[in-house]
Design a protein around this ligand. Structure first.
Ligand code: RIB
Length: 291
């Protein structure tokens, strides 16, 4: 087996996030006037890659952007974080977009337009670089994740799947994931912890928002305590948790210790507006852990 080049490879989406701040989230048929508006770099893939890099992991991003301003911005954000972009392709489809509403309690709802993300991994010679951890979400084609995880397993990498947004996941993909990290909604949508463990997943880490997280294996359940904060914007909190957890796993931490760092990173991310701007550094997470 060859020595991994990267700590974490993220196979995922890159979006421009169009964020409206509202008093409350709209009900069907309701039109609201936004209290504020901003655009941020985002996409679960980009957010998680940046989260890994800020936690000190040598990170590569595998994805696609369009030949447009949003694509240029996202590429430069990744490069600015020291993330390897040699597997970031520019394609002739517009960069993905996410339409995000955030209410006065920091809760959100998100609609994603895949755009260039639907092209990730469709090329004939799709190969991911060798790394300790390979992390993917569900905003890129499922077949791509399956191929990436097969390569990861033959490289001896740990495979981590964040099943977000929730979609039907084929058994063939689930059986290639060592660790699955859903939130409670996603867990329910894909059949729950028990079913995931029966599909061959070794560890399920369920994020519980303000209640921390739960780590389940076939023989144990461990609760990860929350880090208490006052949230202003929960967009990207799950990405911060997962990125930090994967970065710590790549350092050789146990899943419990990694998820404890993840829980702090996720909480800190809710205290700042926007996804990428809110992702904490390892120094900030360690300082919060001591406080
Ligand atoms: O997890 C938050 C992310 O989900 C946003 O940045 C948005 O782009 C969507 O992918």
């Amino acid at each position: 087996m060859t020595e991994p080049i990267f700590d974490v490879v993220v196979v995922g989406s890159a979006n421009l996030d169009l964020v409206a701040n509202l008093d409350h989230l709209p009900t069907p048929g309701e039109t609201l006037i936004a209290l504020g508006y901003a655009e941020y770099p985002g996409g679960k893939g980009v957010n998680q890659a940046v989260a890994c890099a800020r936690m000190g992991a040598k990170t590569a991003f595998v994805g696609c952007v369009g030949n447009d301003d949003a694509g240029t911005l996202l590429r430069s954000v990744l490069e600015g974080e020291g993330i390897d972009t040699s597997h970031l392709r520019t394609v002739s489809v517009p960069t993905g977009r996410a339409f995000i509403n955030v209410d006065s309690h920091g809760e959100n709802e998100i609609v994603v337009v895949a755009g260039a993300n639907a092209q990730v991994g469709v090329e004939d010679n799709f190969v991911i670089p060798n790394s300790r951890v390979v992390l993917a979400q569900l905003e890129v084609p499922l077949h791509t994740i399956e191929v990436a995880f097969m390569q990861a397993q033959s490289n001896g990498s740990i495979t981590v799947l964040n099943p977000a947004p929730a979609r039907d996941i084929p058994e063939s993909l689930l059986s290639l994931a060592n660790i699955v990290v859903p939130n409670e909604t996603e867990s329910a949508a894909i059949g729950g912890t028990k079913q995931l463990l029966q599909s061959g997943v070794v560890t399920v880490v369920t994020t519980l928002g303000a209640d921390g997280a739960s780590i389940d294996t076939a023989t144990s359940t461990t609760h990860i305590a929350p880090y208490k904060v006052t949230p202003v914007d929960t967009v990207g909190a799950g990405d911060a948790f997962i990125g930090a957890t994967c970065a710590e796993l790549s350092r050789g931490s146990s899943i419990e210790d990694a998820a404890r760092m993840g829980a702090i990173a996720g909480a800190l991310a809710t205290t700042v507006k926007g996804a990428v701007p809110s992702l904490p550094t390892r120094q900030a997470v360690l300082a919060a852990q001591k406080s």
